[in-house]
Structure formats: C-alpha cells, structure tokens
Design a protein around this ligand. Structure first.
Ligand SMILES: Cc1ncc(COP(=O)(O)O)c(C=O)c1O
Length: 461
C-alpha cells in the first residue's frame, strides 16, 4: 500500500511559485538573493507588484507590508507625488543623469541644512553604507586618529570597518563588549582598531572612552539601536558631552531614524546634536541614496578647492602627500537627479502638517493592540519602539540593548513570523515593523485580525 502523502505546510502550499523562482535564482546568484538581508527560511517570497501598504507576490497572495523596504518607504508604495516627481524629472531634464552639478542637488542640500541642526553642509552618496563610510573617513581624517568606537549590535552598512560586533555573542552585563569580526574576509586590522561600547550603559561606556580617548578618531552610533531600541536621553547627552570634552567627532548614523523620528531625525527629537550625520533610506523616496552632513569645518576637508586631490589634473598645487591633502569623496551617481527628485517630493510630503502625528498614532495603536492579543493568548511578549517603527520581542524583561534581544525567545518569534506571512502580514522574520502614511485605520484593522489569526495558529501548534 502506498504511504499517504505528507500534508504540505500552508506556507509552502501558498507560495509554490516563489519556491520555484527561488530555485531558479539560486542557479545564478549565491543563495538566490543579491542582498543577504533578503534571505529567510525556507525561502524568501518573490513580489510582483505593490501599492500603498500592500505587496502582492508571484502566487497572487496579498500582504500588508510592515517591512517597507527596511523602513525606507515612509509614504508607502507608489506614492503618487513621488511617482509624478520622478516622471517629471525624466521628461523635463531629458536624461536620468547629467554627470554634472544640477539644481536639485542644492535644493535637497538646503532642505537638509534647514531641517537637521547638526548639518551645516552636506554631500550625497548612493547608499546608507557609503554615507557612514564617508562620515567615518571625515572624522578620522579631521582628527588624524585611526581607531574608531562603535556600539555593540549597531549596524552601519556592509563594509570592513563596521562589520564588527554587530551580531555579538551573549555576555554578562558587567563584562565589557568585545571587538569581533562579523564576516569572512574582514581583516583583523579592523577588529584590532575598533573599540566596542555597550549601548545605554553609561558607566562602562565612559570608562572605555576614557581609556582610549587619545586614539579615537570617531564615535559612531545608531541613536535608536536597530531603529527601535530607544536611547536613555541622559546617556545620549553624556556621550555628547564626553566626546566634546575629548575632541572626538560624534557621528549619528540616522540612516534609519532620519525622516522617521520626525523631519529632523533623532537629533531633532532628543535635542542632542552630533558633529556628523549619516542619512539614507527615507531620503531617497524608494531610490538608492545616502547623505552625510555636519559641521562645516569638518565637511570642508573634502572640498577640492582646498588643494589638489587625486582627481586633479595638471594642478600646480600638489598636496604634500602626493595630492592627498583633500579627503577624497566621489561617485559616478552621487546626487542622481531621479533619486533627488523622489527625495525632494518625499520631504515635501512629510513637511505637511500632522503627517508624523498620524503615523505615530497608528503605530501606537497597533502596538497596544498587538500586545493585548499576545497577552490574551498567554504569550509573554511586548513591543519595543519609538515613533513609526517598533519590534515585537518575546521576552518579559526590559529591552535596552542587543544583549537583551539575544536573551528573548527568537525561536518562537521566527515561528510567529511564518504564521504572520501565511496570514498576509509581511514582516521580514525577526525584523522590525515600520509604518507609513498608507497604513490607515482600515489597514490597521485588517492587520489586527490577521495578527490574531497568526497568534492563534501559533498557540494551537
Ligand atoms: C543604521 C543603518 N546604517 C547604515 C545602513 C546601510 O544602508 P544601505 O543599506 O543603504 O547601504 C543601514 C541599512 O539598513 C542602517 O540601518
């Protein structure tokens, strides 16, 4: 007698086309993805179209999107103002890119200078990664010191200098964090020249900074860890005072918080002003972007007017280091007109009265009701977040830094996320929830119904 076929789990049953496309993609791309963040088990879902708060996959399933391209889409998918701006840029300028200066660069730069208290002048890049990389180079170039300090669990992009202690091992609270390399291929040099600090723990942070004060060229942090663990305001203020005292440039990596915690990011919200700021995500309105801004005297060291830099041709004033007296910053696509037109349209839309209040209130309501549902089903969990972003953490202890997250029930969270995907809530497993202006009351009501179904399914299993 033939053995009865095993029932196919609902996720696999509903997403057969994604499974097929994943297999095909794996033949030509390692792991079937072009960014490791897009991968999850058993395979990532392939999307076909989107609109507002919704994503539609290649199997015809609809999802309410809480990933929003890792928080970038503060106006939701396909916002009409952004689409119009992009079309107009292409029509009116007649080309996607000039390869020369153009008016949109100054228009967006002016906005950043007006909105961000820590930005006196700015430069554009093509990603958040490039923005933090330039900020660190500016800080270390300015001070002439090569070591940097970063915080355990903080992500600043995928390059050697900052792929350090992003995913640390568990440690006891009174043991200081260690510098450890997060990727194959990162030279030990970076481990040895990075000082790792514990977020929201001033006592240890102060002691470590004191010890390394003469060798540090920069302190970089996500003012809100991973976009959802809020800082103690006193901690941020003390960090600012201490770095000023020691003459170490403080970099706020506002790639997640910029235009999320309000128009002026975390620095506007908390009233703590860094020397340099890195922006990305929302600023591009769905297109790849980054920006660095800061104190003029620091920013100015990348000006090609100072002396000749490595791209100068036939200049008389060769720098004393063979042309390296200027801090190098360049990029074929920096200040791309299409990207900046989308960015400007996004900023203009966000500047309208009440936008942030509405999205924050929606996030607040969603958080309260999700917590209630978890509690009704006897699950030990809470939401952690600030503003329009939060995460769901299955733990009964306060979450103040990455070590607290490591101690939460990550296994159960993964199962919950699969149940949510099956019910039409798109969250990248383990990742945070981001909201947009497209997450209206109706969308929230639908979300909560699906969420309750997902939690019920999890409990039944
Ligand atoms: C805080 C932070 N910094 C830097 C980056 C890197 O940005 P990008 O992915 O645009 O290179 C990210 C991306 O998630 C981020 O969250």
């Amino acid at each position: 007698m033939a053995t009865p076929a095993k029932p196919v789990p609902p996720f696999l049953e509903k997403t057969r086309n994604s499974a097929e496309m994943y297999e095909e993609a794996s033949e030509t791309m390692p792991g079937g993805v072009t960014a490791n963040i897009k991968h999850f088990e058993p395979y990532p879902l392939f999307m076909e179209s989107a609109g507002g708060a919704k994503l539609y996959d290649v199997d015809g399933n609809e999802y309410i999107d809480y990933n929003l391209c890792y928080g970038a889409l503060m106006l939701g998918h396909g916002n009409s103002r952004v689409i119009r701006a992009v079309k107009e840029q292409l029509d009116q300028m007649g080309t996607p890119v000039f390869g020369t200066p153009h008016a949109l660069e100054s228009a967006v730069a002016k906005k950043l200078v007006q909105l961000y208290p820590g930005i006196e002048t700015t430069r554009f890049t093509n990603s958040g990664l490039e923005a933090t990389m330039l900020a660190i180079r500016l800080a270390t170039g300015w001070t002439g010191r090569r070591k940097i300090a970063k915080f355990e669990g903080h992500y600043h992009g995928g390059y050697d200098q900052v792929l350090i202690s992003v995913t640390p091992e568990e440690r006891e609270q009174d043991v200081p964090p260690r510098s450890s390399v997060d990727s194959l291929g990162v030279p030990d040099y970076y481990r040895d020249n990075t000082v790792v600090l514990p977020f929201n723990d001033w006592q240890q942070t102060e002691a470590i900074l004191e010890k390394h004060r003469h060798e540090l060229g920069a302190v970089i942090l996500e003012p809100v860890q991973a976009g959802f663990i809020p800082p103690d305001i006193e901690f941020l203020k003390k960090l600012r005072e201490c770095t000023l005292l020691y003459g170490i440039p403080l970099i706020f990596d506002e790639v997640k918080t910029g235009f999320r915690l309000g128009l002026s990011g975390a620095q506007g919200r908390y009233g703590v002003i860094p020397d340099l700021t890195a922006l990305g995500k929302v600023l591009g309105g769905g297109f790849p972007v980054g920006a660095v801004g800061g104190r003029q005297e620091i920013m100015e060291i990348c000006s090609p007017n100072r002396r000749s830099d490595i791209l100068s041709f036939g200049g008389q004033d060769t720098g004393k280091n063979g042309g390296s007296d200027v801090l190098f910053h360049s990029g074929t696509y920096n200040g791309h007109p299409t990207v900046l037109s989308a960015g400007l349209a996004t900023i203009n839309a966000l500047e309208e009265t009440g936008v942030y209040d509405r999205v924050e209130q929606a996030a607040c309501r969603l958080r309260q009701e999700m917590e209630q549902i978890l509690c009704d089903f006897g699950l030990c969990g809470r939401t952690v977040g600030v503003g329009t972003i939060f995460n769901l953490v299955l733990s009964d202890t306060p979450i103040r830094e990455v070590q607290d997250l490591l101690r939460s029930d990550l296994h159960l969270r993964k199962k919950l996320d699969t149940a949510l995907l099956e019910r039409g809530i798109y969250v990248k497993p383990g990742n945070r929830f981001s909201l947009s202006v497209a997450h209206t009351e109706d969308v929230l009501a639908e979300t909560l119904e699906r969420f309750e179904g997902g939690v019920r399914q999890l409990i039944r299993k």
